[in-house]
Design a protein around this ligand. Structure first.
Ligand code: GLY
Length: 594
């Protein structure tokens, strides 16, 4: 069946809407108020608090298309299936339906002719083989059989295949995965258990039966309510449905290939891989910058910088024509304008940020090339691998660039030395990114929750002290502090800061109640709720109100997904650490609770 990306997105959302799901927007690639993870890596990621029991304003059945970034397999990018940016189609049950409906609907969407119409002969599934944590999933297997899957097409696989968790801790459980046979020339083998490793079986969808929360110490605690979390990669599904060989062959990349004006027929595999890396990295960079990431030497900014620099180096190796980067950005924005209109709204800024980084890097690249010249002069025939690795680290020269340049001047690099250095570095960054996940959204540390409520109180206090023209422009909470940006034309005086502190601490001491309510957007507006309207879950929103239980006096009423403390007495002492300019007309406060 031939299908476009937009048709696939629409079909998926409409299908699950017809099964009672609320369509929710894609969350940002930058996880909100979650300092522990760099990027949103799956559709379930922004939903972790809800999977752990917080009620969601959209109800108990949700569906969306989520933008995701995964950089764990960055070295594989450019093969047929790996990407750093991709979209994930997902549907969720928050303590609502479970295995039988989830599998039935997956089957219906995959095989019914009005949806994807995949013939049964091309379909296989895997289910959890069972261990001490959860039993062999005969229940899921029986449901698949009842729907028409032949027993041979159901493989029972262990935890490393059929258990899903984001990172090290959080909601998790056994899953059932769905595979599509891509070879048009050879019929799919009957016994999937024996052939599941055949690359012609491509996994396209995963239904996770979330029944546990994995604690940071590794213990599995059963969840009060069982959930379903599913993920279907849009690029991959599009590729197999259209009978294409690689995710880089879909219409999503087609306009970008046109810009490169390369003839793949005459390119070597290495060259094709480089071109794919350019396309992937530029697409990911556009989406990252659109969600507010700026190139830097730290965290998200560093990931972005690495992607852009790698793309620029590859572009140079491919001899791409002048202005190719600009043209590619334009193609990404235009290609995704319908699905993500904010790409167009923020396009100027995206161009500025990426092209500024290009300018900066080109200067470094020149310097790196000079360093390289020096290196060549003082080296014998064999360049040492450690130096090559330093070039990689400092100037962003990938191994292959250094190798290629060396070969041009008749020299070789000690690859095993380079690889040893590279491995050391990889292990370091793996440990670092595993650390990034620890205590993630999943655990929502109690300190972060206290800071979250303190931020609402500060917002209310600022409006009382400075006036109702104060509006929140952004906020970011880490374990250490809350950072809050708001509209205000001048520096706050000491007296104003003390007044805000005194108000907030007074409310904390009086131990006010924090209440969450779900209401329609109209109702919330009538109540003058304030806050950032980023997430308009259909027509309903969740509102947190802080009020004096004795008098009913309302201190703060904000749109927010939470979580928050139940009463303010537990917050601790609130203190402003810093008040400074953020941008024109916007001030920034950093505050702590002790
Ligand atoms: N959260 C399910 C998946 O990413 O496959």
């Amino acid at each position: 069946m031939k299908i476009t990306a937009q048709e696939l997105r629409d079909k998926y959302l409409k299908f699950f809407q017809s099964k009672g799901h609320t369509i929710i927007p894609s969350a940002s690639l930058v996880p909100e108020n979650d300092p522990s993870v760099l990027f949103t890596t799956a559709g379930m990621h922004p939903l972790v608090p809800y999977l752990l029991g917080v009620s969601h304003p959209g109800g108990t059945r949700l569906t969306n298309v989520q933008k995701c970034i995964r950089t764990g397999d960055i070295d594989e990018v450019g093969d047929n299936t790996h990407l750093t940016f991709f979209e994930m189609l997902g549907n969720w049950s928050l303590g609502d339906y479970f295995k039988s409906d989830a599998i039935k609907w997956s089957f219906e969407f995959l095989t019914f002719s009005e949806y994807l119409g995949i013939p049964l002969e091309r379909l296989a599934v895997s289910v959890f083989a069972g261990d001490n944590d959860a039993p062999r999933d005969e229940e899921a297997a029986e449901i698949w059989k009842m729907l028409g899957l032949k027993p041979g097409r159901i493989a029972y696989l262990p935890k490393e295949n059929n258990w899903w968790i984001a990172g090290n801790a959080g909601p998790c459980g056994p899953d059932t995965e769905m595979f599509y046979w891509i070879d048009d020339g050879t019929p799919a083998p009957e016994n999937f258990q024996e052939t599941e490793k055949d690359p012609r079986w491509v996994e396209i969808w995963n239904d996770v039966f979330m029944q546990f929360e994995k604690m940071p110490d590794g213990k599995l605690v059963p969840l009060k309510k069982k959930n379903v979390d599913t993920g279907m990669g849009l690029d991959r599904t599009l590729t197999v449905l259209n009978g294409q060989r690689s995710v880089y062959d879909t219409e999503l990349f087609k306009p970008m290939w046109d810009v490169l004006a390369l003839d793949q027929e005459v390119m070597s595999n290495d060259e094709i891989k480089r071109a794919r890396i350019v396309l992937d990295h530029v697409r990911a960079s556009v989406f990252m910058v659109n969600d507010g990431v700026q190139p830097s030497n730290k965290d998200r900014g560093y990931v972005l910088r690495r992607l852009l620099r790698r793309a620029l180096v590859m572009g140079r190796l491919l001899n791409l024509k002048y202005h190719w980067l600009e043209a590619l950005i334009g193609k990404v924005v235009a290609g995704y304008a319908q699905a993500y209109p904010d790409l167009v709204d923020k396009a100027n800024q995206t161009f500025d940020v990426i092209l500024a980084e290009q300018k900066k890097f080109e200067a470094t690249l020149e310097k790196g090339l000079k360093e390289f010249e020096k290196l060549i002069k003082k080296s014998s025939e064999l360049i040492d691998g450690k130096t090559a690795f330093d070039l990689y680290q400092t100037y962003g020269f990938p191994w292959e660039l250094t190798k290629e340049l060396a070969e041009q001047s008749g020299q070789k690099i000690d690859k095993s030395q380079f690889e040893a250095e590279f491995k050391k570095h990889q292990e370091l960054s793996r440990t670092a990114s595993a650390g990034q996940f620890k205590g993630g959204l999943a655990s929502h540390s109690e300190k972060i929750v206290r800071l979250h409520t303190a931020t609402h109180l500060m917002n209310a206090a600022l409006r009382q002290v400075l006036g109702g023209q104060v509006w929140q422009k952004g906020s970011n909470i880490t374990e250490e502090r809350t950072r809050f940006d708001f509209t205000h034309g001048q520096k706050m005086t000491e007296a104003e800061k003390s007044a805000v502190e005194a108000l907030v601490n007074g409310w904390i001491e009086r131990d006010f109640t924090v209440k969450k309510e779900i209401m329609t957007l109209d109702e919330a507006r009538k109540l003058n709720a304030i806050g950032v309207f980023g997430e308009k879950y259909a027509d309903t929103v969740s509102i947190y109100t802080v009020f004096d239980p004795k008098t009913g006096e309302v201190i703060s009423r904000e749109f927010c997904g939470g979580p928050h403390v139940e009463h303010t007495g537990v917050i601790g002492k609130f203190k402003i650490q810093k008040e400074e300019a953020s941008s024109a007309g916007v001030r920034r406060i950093k505050a702590v609770v002790e």
